[in-house]
Design a protein around this ligand. Sequence first.
Ligand SMILES: [Zn+2]
Length: 132
Amino acid sequence: MAKRPTVQEWLEAHPPKCKRCENLLAVFNFENFNNGKINKLKDVDGEKIKGLYCHHCVDEAHKDLMESRFLEEYKGEKIYQKDDMYLPYWGCMYHFKTLEECRIRIDASDTVVLPWGGTASRNRVREVLGVE
Ligand SMILES: [Zn+2]
């Protein structure tokens, strides 16, 4: 039976490449993650995307990913879709099962719950308090 390779041996046999430009990436270690020489992408729901990117490609790859998830703009907010999840903004920790619920959430984001109960629109509260 063949001996299992060590992590080091495996990395030497399969040097990490950028998923987009296919250039070899810097040495695969924690420091190069920290200084941005090796990058991973996070999906709209915070899930890590498989594959690594060089610093030349990471912004483009992120843009492409955002475009692929973008569904529509609603009242100035971008709604994203991933599988059967609808998210009211990028990096959102929760999601909705329908686009309609997602729109309702965006409508409600302009509503403030008052300390004594009830709700008012954000603009009305700003007006009364005289704040920008
Ligand atoms: Zn690249």
